[in-house]
Design a protein around this ligand. Structure first.
Ligand SMILES: *Cc1c(COP(=O)(O)O)cnc(C)c1O
Length: 229
């Protein structure tokens, strides 16, 4: 495998170009989406300069994390309430809160563990059926409730745009989420500073539209082994 160093350098250059086009200042954090990647592959990414990783599946994280050096870890998949307790022992932040039920469960377990957990709300900006995330029109109402939970710190929003051949198609969806993020930042009690948008295919559009965290798998590690998503 080609080491991730030169890939990371190229990604950073593309992020800088996207920032320049949009007239925004950075920084933009890069999260390495590590699903399906071995601890050795992840360690190589950390050595190349990655300081934030994201996993989608609690069991996969539990199996791999002990072999990794300390690094910030975010949960980015769909979290079932029966996995919350375990997730809290593995992750620094849950980016994918998409229901009051899940928020309450996280609140209870964080309270028991004596911590205050950073969370993002996941939005489903295109209203895609069969995808997780909150309808845009319900997001701020849930945000208001979550800011009242003592052991959760609401730090922003996360979203995936529908896959389309042309990454430009993601732009209106990212814009929807950025507008919600701006409203969220004005809510009393919200500590919103993270806008997690964009994957390998569409991260430049996401950065142009205001993302300050992009989640990259294939752009960083190369194509995923077949049979994984
Ligand atoms: C896999 C995944 C990514 C990264 O996907 P790539 O297309 O490989 O960059 C980003 N976000 C989430 C939620 C993912 O599951």
């Amino acid at each position: 495998m080609k080491p991730p160093d030169d890939r990371l350098e190229a990604i950073r250059a593309r992020i800088q170009q996207a920032l320049k086009r949009s007239g925004r200042a950075g920084p933009v954090r890069i999260l390495a989406a590590t699903k399906g990647r071995s601890p050795a592959e992840i360690r190589a990414a950390l050595e190349a300069g990655i300081d934030l990783i994201g996993e989608n599946i609690v069991q996969e994280a539990a199996a791999k994390f002990p072999a990794l050096p300390p690094v910030e870890r975010h949960f980015i998949g769909h979290l079932q309430t029966n996995k919350v307790k375990k997730a809290l022992t593995l992750f620094d932040c849950v980016q994918s809160v998409d229901s009051w039920r899940l928020a309450l469960k996280l609140e209870r377990e964080a309270a028991k563990a004596g911590r205050r957990l950073p969370v993002l709300l996941e939005v489903n900006p295109a209203g895609e059926a069969g995808k997780f995330g909150l309808p845009p029109e319900e997001t701020l109402a849930l945000a208001r409730e979550v800011t009242r939970l003592e052991h959760l710190s609401l730090q922003g929003l996360m979203a995936l745009a529908p896959y389309a051949e042309d990454p430009e198609a993601a732009r209106p969806h990212f814009r929807t989420v950025r507008r919600l993020f701006e409203e969220l930042a004005r809510l009393p009690g919200a500590e919103a500073h993270l806008l997690s948008l964009g994957m390998s295919h569409d991260f430049e559009i996401a950065v142009e539209e205001g993302a300050n965290l992009v989640r990259l798998g294939t752009a960083l590690f190369g194509p995923r082994p077949s049979g994984t998503r």
